[in-house]
Design a protein around this ligand. Structure first.
Ligand code: COA
Length: 261
């Protein structure tokens, strides 16, 4: 059994974050939260990392949300601190200037579904289960779920899911747009790596960062403001060496080599 609650590995420009508390269904306690913050800081500052995969250890759970055993021991102020920390971690994923792929390998309940929602692209194992179950614990989703779920699946569907705390399987998650793709459980990580590799090997890092920025910020405002955000984001790609390299490679009929500058 690993003693680290979260394991960060890097290979060929792809960072993989694995929640590693399978005996607790990869539930997030304070220690995991600290490790998550450190891992995000590490990945954000590493120019070699072109894409990130977030997944859970074991076959049963992606993440069963907050650690309810730890929660039972916390004072109200400690709960507030935990919530602040988990919200900041979710924002950190959403604002990371790199693509983040959730590989949801099993149960994703409460904060587990919220973690997937904070990622850019969600792949689910056919065995995965999603649910914002917090109202059944007399609380509400506190790591962005009340905001990110309706933006992805619509207000009515989000209310139905949050008000009932109903769990849904991977097929329903796909049907309502909560995930982008469902794959057989034994192919999930390979598919996430394939997608991450495709992005890492074929795209300019500044372009990806700016596309993510434009989509994240532009989709929350009126169209004219969104288009202005897109225009500013495009502007940042124009002086890059990668853009010049892409044009040169096109003329020379070869694959461009992007350096993120
Ligand atoms: N926090 C802490 N421990 C958790 C946990 C959580 N969120 N979810 C599961 N575990 C622990 C269980 O307590 C159990 O440990 P134990 O054997 O020492 O008691 C172990 O993980 C396995 O869980 P178990 O309940 O035996 O497995 P299961 O397959 O029957 O059910 C779940 C799994 C995830 C459906 C069930 O544990 C559950 O509903 N957990 C709560 C999930 C939740 O509501 N999360 C939202 C939090 S806001």
């Amino acid at each position: 059994m690993s003693t680290q609650p979260l394991v960060l590995t890097k290979q060929h420009g792809i960072a993989t974050l694995v929640l590693d508390r399978p005996e607790r269904m990869n539930a997030v306690n304070f220690e995991t939260l600290l490790a998550l913050h450190a891992a995000l800081e590490n990945v954000a500052g590493d120019g070699e990392v072109r894409a990130v995969i977030v997944t859970g250890a074991g076959e049963k759970a992606f993440c069963a949300g907050a650690d309810l055993k730890e929660r039972a021991t916390l004072t109200p102020d400690q709960v507030r601190r935990f919530l602040k920390g988990i919200r900041e971690a979710m924002d950190g994923i959403e604002n990371l200037p790199k693509p983040v792929i959730a590989a949801v390998n099993g149960l994703a309940l409460g904060g587990g579904t919220e973690l997937a929602l904070a990622c850019d692209i969600r792949l689910a194992a056919d065995s995965a289960t999603f649910g914002l179950t917090e109202t059944t614990l007399a609380i509400i989703p506190g790591a962005g779920g009340t905001q990110r779920l309706p933006r992805l699946v619509g207000k009515g569907r989000a209310k139905e899911l949050i008000f009932t705390g109903r769990r849904i399987d991977a097929a329903e998650a796909l049907a309502i747009g909560l995930v982008e793709e469902v794959v057989p459980a034994d192919r999930l990580l390979a598919r996430a790596q394939e997608l991450a590799r495709h992005i890492a090997e074929n795209t300019g890092p500044v372009a990806i960062a700016q596309a993510k920025f434009a989509i994240n910020h532009g989709s929350e405002v009126d169209l004219a403001t969104g288009l202005a955000i897109e225009s500013k984001a495009y502007e940042l790609t124009i002086p890059t060496a990668d853009r010049t390299e892409a044009l040169k490679a096109f003329a020379e009929k070869r694959k461009p080599v992007f350096r993120g500058e």
